[in-house]
Design a binder for this molecule. Structure first.
Ligand code: SF4
Length: 322
């Protein structure tokens, strides 16, 4: 069997923030996962579950509280200046809101070419211009767009500009932080298709954050379901949709409309009620306890740990204890 190359290894990562009255907000609380070269790991969960904070901590945008994040074996939070410079070129972010992440008064050319200049990737002005045009074409824009200001573009086009900016520095890894959730539904599929095509063509490794399981279905190799700062289920993508174990994953899947009535019937109903509790004072036992229809006495007292239920598929739920 060919050993897959590990690109990102996250070990027991914690990211806490100080809250009022000397309390602590545990946004990411003991999270571990691995991403192999050329693969996409999707993290899914409702707003406030800690998924974006997790992504930002993994990519060094935020400092960590504890644990370790290794990128190609190097600790992301303990890099030398030279290592960090190389890392910021290799690892690029596609942001959630293309209206907020791009300066509306800047020209597209300036935005796309800036990273190339910072990292000295082109030898001449001509080469830089040629590269910008290639990138714009790659993301479905054209040369005429280069001289226009960002505010002249729609949300979908702005996200294409954001993708061109990220690709301009020849990254190996993309952190996609809910890149389609701020876009019209009609545009979402176009951007997803673009990202999937680019990933294949450029052999990119990706960490993809989304708030619903439908968004990451086709792009992910593996998926982690996050609830209140913890990963409650990690699975190969196809298996997660066919055989979800955790009641929270089942509820998230229930919220996706299914066209096939037989499949819809076989899934059963696991409605998600109530809101995500505060990560400042999470429940003592299972954090999903207050919303889980299968909650047992043990769930209120003992926090379930992730356990392997089949190869590569782990779940944190007392229903699956031996
Ligand atoms: Fe529900 Fe208990 Fe499983 Fe938590 S551990 S998801 S409360 S059954």
């Amino acid at each position: 069997m060919i050993e897959k190359e590990v690109v990102l290894e996250v070990k027991n990562l914690k990211k806490y923030f100080p809250a009022s009255h000397k309390r602590v907000l545990k946004a990411v609380d003991d999270v571990s996962f691995t991403i192999h070269k050329g693969e996409t790991f999707g993290i899914v969960g409702e707003s406030g579950c800690g998924k974006t904070t997790c992504g930002k901590t993994c990519t060094g945008i935020l400092t960590k509280t504890d644990g370790q994040v290794l990128y190609q074996g190097k600790d992301v939070h303990q890099m030398s200046k030279a290592e960090r410079n190389a890392f910021t070129q290799k690892v690029q972010t596609i942001f959630q809101d293309p209206y907020a992440s791009l300066d509306p008064h800047q020209k597209v050319y300036q935005i796309v070419s800036e990273g190339m200049r910072i990292h000295h990737l082109t030898k001449s002005k001509e080469e830089e211009q040629k590269r910008v045009m290639e990138l714009l074409e790659m993301v479905g824009l054209n040369a005429e767009h280069a001289t226009r200001n960002v505010h002249e573009f729609s949300g979908g086009q702005r996200q294409r500009i954001g993708i061109a900016r990220a690709l301009a520095v020849n990254p190996e890894f993309l952190f996609c932080d809910e890149p389609i959730s701020a876009l019209d539904v009609s545009i979402q599929a176009q951007i997803m298709n673009l990202l999937m095509t680019l990933q294949k063509e450029r052999h990119l490794t990706m960490l993809f954050i989304a708030h619903d399981l439908a968004m990451v279905k086709h792009i992910s190799d593996n998926i982690g379901v996050m609830y209140l700062g913890k990963l409650v289920e990690i699975s190969p993508a196809a298996e997660l949709y066919e055989k979800p174990y955790h009641p929270y994953t089942q509820a998230l899947l229930e919220s996706i409309p299914i066209a096939d009535p037989d499949l819809a019937k076989s899934r059963g109903r696991h409605f998600l009620t109530g809101d995500v509790p505060s990560p400042i004072d999470p429940p003592k036992g299972c954090r999903f306890c207050g919303r889980c229809s299968k909650c047992m006495d043990i769930c209120r007292e003992v926090r379930p740990e992730l356990k392997e239920v089949s190869e590569g598929h782990q779940v944190a739920c007392h229903l699956y204890n031996d």
